[in-house]
Design a binder for this molecule. Structure first.
Ligand code: PMP
Length: 287
């Protein structure tokens, strides 16, 4: 089946879709992105991701490329043209194409917009979630504005690759104080040895995950207590449960950290409950 990508106003065959060599996303990682998970052809947590996109653009002073209505149409059309039932839709906006020079280009340079969408096997991710996955830790070597969802992901790529080379699914990044910041593409959570659900606050330099926020809303409505505070690698290794959240991964149980078994080495009850609650709500509210 032929895939299609949206690039600056036109839908192109995926294999031929391209941007200019002097696009600032390519030259400087001068751009931002969002990923929505797609259920039955519809996007989950739609408003949250759209709001964060605007915040990221605003923080970097990149012009809003088009209205929310137009962008929504493009996202939906890209999903439709790729016949994606369950999967993801990816959006990237960069500061546009201009002669390679560090300062911002002239203000009339239009931002570049690309959208792609692809199917993800639900059977595979359900099987991973049923068993749980391994996490390893890596030093967090990223810049100081991880709250902005930029395409500058080199440190995240290196951390994820290190995880894969050690047979793990995700890398949890660790700051100089030995505290877990977040996963290479996910937010990190534990149920600590006292039974308290914990994830770190987002004042610090981590991405405020949309899935994280959605789970917090569920936690509040289920009257589960949340301790929004950083935890150390040792706290995590002693935890009863551990998991991570992101669009695409949803709530993914973690059964080992650096080879140390978490709890009884199986997905824990709170993790499993939150995954079910999240998936039910995300599917119901998808647009
Ligand atoms: N942290 C990082 C570094 C990420 O890249 C992501 C996913 N893009 C997340 C957390 C999770 O965010 P979300 O729930 O919005 O997908």
């Amino acid at each position: 089946m032929s895939r299609v990508a949206y690039v600056n106003g036109t839908y192109q065959p995926h294999g031929e879709a391209s941007i200019h060599v002097e696009d600032r996303g390519f030259q400087f990682a001068d751009g931002v992105y969002e990923v929505w998970s797609v259920f039955n052809g519809r996007m989950a947590d739609f408003d949250g991701h759209m709001t964060r996109l605007h915040r990221s653009l605003n923080e970097l002073r990149i012009d809003i490329p088009m209205s929310v209505e137009s962008l929504t149409r493009v996202l939906k059309e890209t999903i439709r043209r790729n016949r994606v039932k369950n999967g993801i839709v990816y959006l990237q906006v960069t500061r546009g194409t201009a002669r390679r020079d560090h300062p911002f280009p002239s203000p009339d340079t239009p931002p570049s917009v690309i959208v792609t969408s692809r199917s993800v096997s639900t059977t595979r991710s359900e099987a991973q979630a049923a068993k749980g996955v391994a996490v390893v830790t890596q030093p967090d070597i990223r810049w100081g504005r991880c709250d902005i969802k930029t395409v500058g992901l080199l440190a995240n790529v290196l951390a994820k690759q290190a995880a894969r080379e050690r047979g793990a699914y995700e890398a949890w990044m660790v700051d100089e104080m030995g505290l877990v910041t977040e996963g290479s593409s996910t937010n990190a959570w534990i149920v600590d040895k006292h039974g308290r659900l914990r994830t770190r606050d987002t004042q610090a330099n981590i991405l405020k995950g949309i899935t994280r926020t959605a789970i917090m809303d569920l936690i509040a409505s289920e009257n589960i207590e949340l301790d929004e505070r950083p935890f150390s690698v040792d706290d995590a290794k002693e935890a009863r449960e551990a998991f991570f959240t992101a669009a695409g991964a949803f709530v993914m149980p973690t059964i080992s950290i650096d080879g140390v078994k978490i709890g009884d080495g199986k997905p824990g009850p709170i993790t499993t409950k939150l995954r079910t609650l999240y998936l039910d709500r995300a599917k119901r509210d998808a647009v």
